[in-house]
Design a binder for this molecule. Structure first.
Ligand SMILES: Cc1cc2nc3c(=O)[nH]c(=O)nc-3n(C[C@H](O)[C@H](O)[C@H](O)COP(=O)(O)O)c2cc1C
Length: 233
């Protein structure tokens, strides 16, 4: 199994520790983990040049950094994306990465490999907002076509992992262990549900009448998705 773990932050605080706990529980000796830290691995800000949408993702001025991460996700069965809660949102550096991945939303050119993956959206907060952050992260993954997304959000009542009260650490450990057991059973078995299929079909209808972006339309045509083909089995 391969896992891609994208940290929406560069430091090793509560969010990092919870994500690492999940990584260790999911991984066995044969697991390869691709780990990225924002902003070290974040591409530069999206310049709004539209090259990825209109010509192809390889034309993005930041393609080197973006495609390295996309390739890791493509190879992985599980994608974990975490972020501390900053002002009730994900970190800016993580959002910057997501902006670069808009071209692979279902409304443009989704990767067929995404339709069998498991996503984990994770956030910690001192008090409030982590639930909302995981909702935002999960929304990004669902637009890529990821069919099964788990959300983990914890209010840790602290500004660093060392200060997190033991009772909260215990709760985090129990919930992470339980969830990892469920996820392990799902690896390789995730399939699109009604929501993913419904969205894909609406996008398919849109692509059938697409006269405004031939890069997108040709991509759907080449995959045979405008006719009977689908990115899932
Ligand atoms: C810039 C910034 C903004 C924050 N905004 C919030 C917030 O909106 N709500 C909240 O409860 N905690 C907020 N916090 C606290 C962190 O969300 C919280 O300490 C979190 O667990 C930090 O995770 P980390 O240890 O992985 O950095 C903020 C912290 C920072 C540095």
């Amino acid at each position: 199994m391969e896992i891609t773990l994208i940290h929406g932050q560069g430091h090793k605080g509560s969010t990092y520790h919870v994500a690492s706990m999940m990584k260790k529980l999911l991984a066995d000796n044969g697991t390869k983990v691709h780990e990225y830290y924002m902003p070290k691995d974040t591409p530069g800000f999206c310049a709004g040049c539209f090259q990825c949408f209109q010509k192809g993702e390889e034309y993005c001025p930041q393609a080197d950094k973006v495609q390295k991460i996309v390739e890791s996700m493509r190879r992985s069965e599980v994608i974990i994306i975490d972020s501390p809660t900053y002002c009730l949102e994900m970190t800016g550096q993580l959002k910057t990465l997501f902006d670069h991945l808009g071209y692979m939303w279902m409304s443009h050119r989704p990767r067929k490999e995404m339709f069998s993956k498991i996503g984990i959206a994770l956030s910690t907060t001192a008090g409030a907002g982590a639930k909302r952050v995981t909702k935002s992260i999960a929304r990004q993954m669902s637009w890529w076509g990821v069919p099964k997304i788990y959300r983990m959000h914890f209010s840790v009542n602290a500004s660093c992992w060392e200060d997190v009260p033991d009772r909260i650490k215990k709760k985090i450990s129990q919930e992470t262990r339980k969830l990892s057991g469920n996820i392990k059973k799902m690896v390789g078995k995730a399939k699109p549900g009604f929501k993913t299929m419904f969205l894909f079909n609406i996008m398919r209808k849109m692509q059938q009448s697409n006269t405004w972006n031939m890069t997108d339309r040709n991509y759907w045509q080449e995959n045979n998705w405008l006719e009977e083909g689908r990115p899932w089995k």
